[in-house]
Design a protein around this ligand. Sequence first.
Ligand SMILES: Cc1cc2nc3c(=O)[nH]c(=O)nc-3n(C[C@H](O)[C@H](O)[C@H](O)COP(=O)(O)OP(=O)(O)OC[C@H]3O[C@@H](n4cnc5c(N)ncnc54)[C@H](O)[C@@H]3O)c2cc1C
Length: 290
Amino acid sequence: MALQNLKDFHRPDAIEDVLALLGKDEETLILAGGTFLRGLEARGLLSGVEALVDIRRVGLDKVVADNNGIKAGAAVTFTRLRGVVARQQEAWLGGLADALDRPPVQVRNVATVGGCIAAACPFFDVPTALLALDAELTIRSSDGERHLPLPELFDGLFANTLEPGEFITEVSLPRPPGNAAGAFLKLEATANDLAIVNVATQLSIDANRVCTRACVALGGGVADTAVRSAAAETILVGSRLDAAALQAAGEAVISDIDPMSDHRASAAYRRAVAKVMTRRALERAVARLA
Ligand SMILES: Cc1cc2nc3c(=O)[nH]c(=O)nc-3n(C[C@H](O)[C@H](O)[C@H](O)COP(=O)(O)OP(=O)(O)OC[C@H]3O[C@@H](n4cnc5c(N)ncnc54)[C@H](O)[C@@H]3O)c2cc1C
């Protein structure tokens, strides 16, 4: 039986109370939207948990959007963030908007920004989009606060690098420089299924329409975690983002992925579609550039 050692359920009202509970001598699990507890349970990852700490009342549900970018509290839901993104009407947020639209609405209404990344599930969509946006995390513990680039949170399949007593309080998305746009694409076997492959792209160009910044992120079982493709990004920066450059970048992602074979798709299939989907996601981002 899962959660067979669960003894306590806490609903603190302040971050300090969360920290005090995490410091207690029992195995404690942060609860945010709660939508992935079943997924973790099914994989046998919750058997030692003795207490749940619900962080939805501690003031981490605010989003600030300004000229520097977006800062979202860890307990902000996908629906809330999607609303803020929609109001910005900015092309650089196009990929995030596309990714936030993918989970079913019942999930979007409760799933949180912090929960989707802490779960370290390579098949989720929103973390891939956040990876392409150079997301930075704020992490709290009783020792204070530290900041972590999102790639450094991932530590393999369903594993993150948070130390005992730590939890994520905020996700920051810096506004990219210049004329920027993003896109996200997902391939799934059936509607509402998790991704076979997903791709998020972010591009910036200068006044001569030369690419000054490129981010290409892939998820959906292309590796144990969502990954960035430095090889594709290197090809794109300095190019005019013409068809040849986008094609070459698509081909290049192969050197940065190590796909798995599972019930959704073989590694060979993931490798083949990752190339095509990267090119298409880049084409979509280019079309959104002003
Ligand atoms: C039916 C269904 C369909 C789905 N479809 C999609 C889809 O199409 N695309 C997609 O991207 N995702 C999909 N998902 C997955 C969904 O995105 C995740 O379940 C969700 O993002 C997890 O967030 P949560 O807030 O519910 O986390 P929880 O379930 O509360 O927690 C998940 C994990 O993160 C930890 N955690 C949570 N918050 C923090 C924090 N602030 N600091 C540290 N650790 C924390 C928890 O301890 C737990 O280990 C689907 C899920 C379901 C149930």
